[in-house]
Design a protein around this ligand. Structure first.
Ligand code: AQP
Length: 347
């Protein structure tokens, strides 16, 4: 793939921020620090924010139909509980705006098979039996490109794991603009991968991403965990025989310690250097309880608000319905224009 930004004329439309979280429930600290907390920080950045619940993405792996709508509400509740104001930010279910699927099909015909073959997330998620994976799991990054380009989003806050998919989105946008002689029609969106916790790692293995599909519940802190569970998981988290590092000490050979410091920094809105300076030379017996207290006090209000909202599904449904209408107000004219550009028959 080439970087489409090298040759394409610049997009001149307004700034828009867009991101999504899969409706597969079970949100964890990685989702909170890598996504939710950062969306909230961007809400007042001067560009409108579109945050969707990715239910079309969720069904790329099996989802129980009896649970999917509740999982969708749970992610919407997490958005609101993390501080997103539905009056300012557009919060909506992806499947409620038909144009996502329509644009994904058109972009499936723009993207090249070789580009998708290189996507590492598919390789990781499909494992040893890729022939048993759904076709949707394979084409997932094209749907993601459609999600972004449908709103002509210019900035996409995501965790480190989504970097390759964002590069693919830029390539698809560039190829569409070139193939259809529509210079600058789609923006080449910028991934916003910033902050101390763009890749929160497992509490049991500093080389693996904290992930909802990790079979060990001890590997992650779930947003539904109570205070005792959070404290116990942090107490039992893997470290080493050493003590807390000195400022400036390299930590590449101590990934678990590096991860805990990054989590502390992200939760407290401080830098890793500040945290290292504070705890230098101390044992983990001092650091882990401090981290546990911080995690509990940061997550407890979010969890409590999520529970309150989940007890009032009608309130969440109002937010999602209103968000879907507002989102369609942007998406529908874009898909109509795209169909015209592609040359489809129009009445
Ligand atoms: N460990 C992480 N650290 C930082 N950011 C993370 N994100 C996910 N895991 C981490 C970010 O959260 C957003 C939403 O992710 P998602 O739930 O839509 O999908 P995902 O990345 O596939 O999440 P998981 O937990 O890793 O799911 P599985 O186990 O199914 O693969 C994204 O912005 C993502 O970067």
């Amino acid at each position: 793939m080439t970087d489409a930004s090298a040759t394409a004329p610049a997009y001149t439309g307004p700034r828009r921020i867009l991101s999504g979280i899969q409706a597969s429930g079970a949100l964890h600290l990685g989702n909170y620090l890598g996504a939710l907390k950062r969306f909230t920080a961007l809400q007042d950045s001067g560009a409108p924010c579109f945050l969707f619940v990715a239910d079309l993405h969720a069904i790329t792996v099996w989802q129980d139909p009896a649970l999917l709508a509740a999982q969708t509400r749970e992610i919407a509740a997490a958005y609101i509980a993390s501080g997103l104001d539905p009056a300012k930010s557009t919060i909506f279910p992806q499947s409620a705006v038909r144009a996502h699927a329509e644009l994904a099909w058109i972009l499936n015909c723009v993207a090249r098979l070789g580009w998708l073959d290189r996507m590492t997330q598919f390789k990781e998620k499909s494992g040893k039996h890729k022939e048993r994976a759904s076709v949707g799991l394979y084409t997932y990054p094209v749907l993601q490109a459609a999600d972004i380009l449908l709103y002509k989003a210019t900035e996409v806050p995501v965790g480190e794991d989504q970097k390759q998919h964002l590069e693919l989105t830029r390539d698809i946008a560039g190829k569409f603009n070139t193939d259809f002689n529509a210079p600058g029609y789609f923006p080449l969106p910028e991934p916003l991968i910033q902050g101390p916790a763009t890749r929160v790692m497992s509490l049991r293995d500093g080389a693996a991403k904290m992930s909802k599909s990790d079979p060990s519940d001890q590997s992650r802190i779930n947003l539904t965990d109570d205070a005792d569970t959070i404290a116990s998981k942090i107490r039992k988290s893997k470290t080493d025989m050493g003590v807390m590092p000195e400022p400036g000490e390299g930590l590449d050979d101590r990934p678990e310690v590096k991860n805990l410091i990054a989590i502390y920094a992200a939760l407290s809105d401080r830098t890793r250097e500040e945290i290292t300076a504070e705890f230098a030379g101390q044992g983990f017996g001092a650091f882990k309880p401090a981290l546990a207290d911080l995690a509990v006090s940061s997550l407890a209000p979010v969890t409590a608000e999520m529970r309150r909202l989940m007890d009032d599904p009608a309130e969440i449904d109002r937010v999602l319905r209103d968000g879907a209408e507002r989102a369609a107000g942007i998406a529908d004219p874009v898909i109509a224009e795209v169909k015209k550009i592609v040359g489809f028959w129009q009445a």
